[in-house]
Design a protein around this ligand. Structure first.
Ligand SMILES: Cc1ncc(COP(=O)(O)O)c(C=O)c1O
Length: 396
């Protein structure tokens, strides 16, 4: 019987029905290695003739439980856990490209993903370009310029919250046999399941909503069995950016409440987006679906809710944006997102500072833009804090 995603957050995975002596939660298998009952058993395990754990970089029961649960939640065949979101992103991008290849990206990416692309270009001449992917025409035009080895997308795009039509991108890419990778960090599988929309690989910074408590740095990749098995053998095992059993345990704990937390984050973010839109000191608001009817329709089709992150431009200059941040009392000035605490950051000088100013502007990242990850505090308290921080007469 197919269970709903809320139940799978709590029970999903554990394919072989492991019971762990009746322990309700998956224990932390804090071990580097696993002993064999005989030399022959060791030989069989290394030859993949017998299932079983060998060494924690090659697999660990706590980590495996997380990987299996995430595969269920993303409707994929197999999941793999990495030591950070960037370890996951770099594993996927290096696995799908070789020297001289090209990557087509959404017009807006997390700063370190942008940094990785630059580095791949310098070292291996793997080039990249950006496309608005606003319409099938614009996507086809970008693809005609140079056939990429893969397409890498964030949606909603960080931090401009622009939404891309995943079904459309997947359809066009499939015609041409190009794999589509989606960074689903901002949505989590509760809001959006790119694999079920036809995309090929999902990556996560699990540091964010999957954890939900700001206490772990982790990454995840979910996709088809064949691809993921190769990724496990090469990028996970041989490059070695694996997740620790304790961090996997924290994520297993966090993901159980993902649906409840996401409902709270999204409800408050929507409420605050409406309030901020009408504030005299706010110039623009960026929230998924708020651009136009077309974007609203895409949000309705591919996302359960519009998300827990919003950005806005302060009227004035960068100094005004920084002043507002400094006036906040409860909201924390911090990068990251998806935590119980509301976090605010200034993309131009923080998460996206590595992107050259001109490219940042093309991506729509202004110097007056602030990004707010809406937490789980009472929404009225978040609003009171934002309001009082906007009460200045002028800079002093
Ligand atoms: C959209 C997105 N992808 C990837 C990452 C990288 O994740 P991590 O910090 O876990 O390495 C981040 C981090 O902020 C992110 O926002």
């Amino acid at each position: 019987m197919k269970r709903r995603i809320e139940s799978e957050m709590i029970h999903g995975g554990a394919k072989d029905g492991r019971s762990y002596e009746g322990s309700l939660t998956v224990p932390i298998f804090q071990t580097s290695t696993f002993s064999f009952s005989s030399a022959e058993q060791g030989e069989r395990r290394f030859a993949a003739e017998e299932e079983g754990f060998i060494y924690s970089r090659l697999g660990n029961p706590t980590v495996r439980a997380l990987e299996e649960r995430m595969a269920v939640l993303e409707e994929g065949e197999k999941g793999l856990a990495f030591s950070s979101g960037m370890a996951a992103v770099s594993a996927v991008l290096t696995s799908l490209t070789k020297a001289g290849d090209h990557i087509l990206c959404s017009n807006g990416l997390y700063g370190c993903t942008f940094g990785l692309l630059q580095w791949l270009n310098e070292k291996y001449q793997i080039t990249h370009s950006f496309s608005s992917m606003e319409s099938e025409t614009s996507l086809r035009e970008s693809l005609a310029e140079r056939t990429p080895a893969c397409i890498f997308i964030e949606t909603p795009v960080n931090p401009t919250m622009k939404v891309l039509n995943l079904k459309m991108v997947a359809k066009v890419a499939r015609e041409l046999g190009i794999p589509v990778i989606v960074d689903n960090t901002f949505c989590s599988p509760y809001l959006q399941q790119p694999l079920s929309l036809g995309c090929d690989v999902v990556v996560h910074s699990a540091t964010k909503y999957i954890s939900g408590h700001g206490d772990v740095v982790a990454g995840l990749v979910i996709g088809k069995e064949d691809y993921m098995t190769l990724l496990a053998k090469r990028e996970q095992k041989d490059v070695g950016g694996v997740l620790s059993p304790f961090d996997a345990w924290l994520l297993l704990r966090g993901v159980k409440t993902l649906h409840v937390r996401m409902e709270g984050h999204c409800q408050s973010a929507k409420w605050l987006a409406d309030k901020l839109k009408n504030h005299p000191k706010v110039e623009n608001i960026y929230y998924p679906g708020s651009r136009d009817e077309e974007e609203k329709n895409i949000v309705e089709q591919q996302m359960r809710l519009a998300g827990g992150v919003l950005s806005f431009d302060i009227k004035g200059t960068k100094a005004h944006a920084q002043k507002m941040m400094n006036e906040l009392k409860m909201i924390k000035i911090a990068v990251s997102l998806g935590d119980a605490e509301t976090l605010i950051q200034h993309p131009a000088t923080m998460t996206h500072a590595v992107i050259p100013a001109e490219r940042r502007q093309q991506m729509g990242i202004t110097d007056t833009m602030l990004r707010l990850s809406v937490g789980l505090e009472a929404v009225e308290d978040i609003w009171d804090d934002l309001k009082q921080a906007l009460e200045w007469e002028d800079l002093s």
